[in-house]
Design a binder for this molecule. Structure first.
Ligand code: NAD
Ligand code: DAU
Length: 340
């Protein structure tokens, strides 16, 4: 098999490529990534010398770039996306471009080149808040921010290629991933690296919002299984059921690091903040998947990685990140009486 992984220099994509090369010694992986602020070739330093792996810098919205890597591929796994909800609230356009139009370009090229499988990586955010039972795959969609609305657009489009053209698309809807190499704008790496540096942990609102914090390796194992055993045209939830409130995650991080809870600062809430996500993954479990990490195990493993790898995240917390952090948090922290 030769597979095209898009967005492979990001958090989940890089973990997936490493796992895939390890599990499939005879296969070849091409990584197409635009290297936005979230793409980082450091994430794959250990595999870049592997003859089965190659990297191509390119945009999934650029048909020529996509056509350049598609010939001979047996499958596409599309991780490439703009992914941070807070950035989508401030500046949605890039989300619509990559998360919808980019999916269109990939689908067109893959279909034209007769690529036999297409996995569109979507998100549990498309269901919107889950205030009752976990959502099964046929629950109605209710995306409520520009990121999740764009991801819903992308997956609807992908599914339409199956329904219209019979093109073999699989859609996955994953829960919140945590683990190595996650850009420190997301809650877990942001809280952990701030705590290590003795900086405040900016907790939105009450902090009672809840997420299913799944280890990235469990997510990648689910995607790998679906690449092989997923039914074309089907949608699969991938969630570990690791429910944790944000405030409990912040406290857990501080306890693990031996830091004071005084570092938690309740700041102005995210606009339209979805209170809780919860998905039912029994369809994937029936294919043989089960997560290796429970909630505390996943969070603990992730914390340890950031403690052990300051050389990875410290350089990221300057430049573009610093500007973003100032824009996003300065006023919030000041309003809350903390300087940050
Ligand atoms: P990330 O932000 O860490 O990485 C995204 C990658 O995509 C980066 O390497 C970036 O350079 C690349 N990229 C962005 N725009 C591109 C473009 N136009 N062309 C080519 N490459 C481009 O994201 P992540 O957290 O690894 O998420 C990967 C995928 O998984 C996304 O589709 C996301 O929606 C989905 N997802 C994420 C989570 C999560 O908790 N992080 C959960 C469920 C689903
Ligand atoms: O559910 C899957 C989704 O999980 C993915 O599709 C997204 O790409 C990914 O970013 C993630 O979205 P969230 O918005 O849930 O993740 P984030 O890490 O941004 O926030 C997790 C929770 O923590 C959420 O309830 C908001 C809260 N939070 C986040 C940040 C950045 C804070 O309280 N303070 C913060 O500074």
């Amino acid at each position: 098999m030769k597979i095209l992984v898009t967005g492979g220099a990001g958090f989940i994509g890089s973990n997936f490529i490493r796992m895939y090369l390890d599990r499939h010694p005879d296969d070849v992986v091409v990584n197409l990534d635009k290297l936005t602020y979230a793409g980082n070739l450091e994430n794959l330093r250990d595999v870049e010398g592997d003859a089965r792996y190659s990297f191509v810098k390119g945009d999934i919205c650029d048909r020529e770039a996509v056509d350049g890597v598609m010939p001979g591929c047996d499958a596409v796994v599309n991780f490439a996306a703009e992914t941070h909800v807070d950035r989508s609230i401030g500046d949605p356009e890039g989300f619509l471009r990559t998360d919808i139009f980019g999916v269109h370009v990939l689908l067109e090229s893959a279909r034209e080149h007769g690529v036999g499988r297409f996995v569109q990586i979507s998100t549990d955010e498309v269901y919107g808040p889950a205030l009752g039972d976990p959502f099964p795959e046929d629950a109605p969609l209710n995306p409520r921010n520009p990121y999740s609305a764009s991801k819903a657009g992308g997956e609807y489009l992908a599914r339409s290629y199956f329904l219209t053209y019979g093109y073999p698309v699989i859609v996955t809807r994953g829960a919140n991933n945590i683990g190595p190499n996650q850009y420190p704008e997301k809650a877990l790496p942001l809280f952990t690296t701030n705590a290590i540096e003795g900086e405040p942990l900016p907790l939105y609102g009450s902090g009672e919002q809840e997420r299913d914090y799944m280890h990235v390796l469990d997510h990648c194992a689910g995607v790998d299984l679906l690449l092989e055993k997923g039914e074309p045209g089907e949608i699969y939830n991938i969630g570990a059921g690791n429910h944790m409130r944000n405030i409990d995650m912040a406290r857990f991080i501080l306890r693990e690091l031996g830091k004071s809870e005084d570092l938690i600062v309740h700041v102005r809430d995210r606009e339209g903040h979805d209170f809780r996500y919860a998905i039912d993954s029994s369809k994937l479990r029936a294919l043989g998947w089960s997560p290796e990490f429970d909630a505390e195990g996943a969070v603990r493993d992730a914390i340890r990685w950031y403690v052990a790898n300051p050389a990875w995240w410290m350089p990221l917390k300057s430049g573009e990140y610093r500007d973003y952090y100032e824009r996003m948090y300065r006023e919030r922290l000041e309003e809350a009486g903390a300087s940050g």
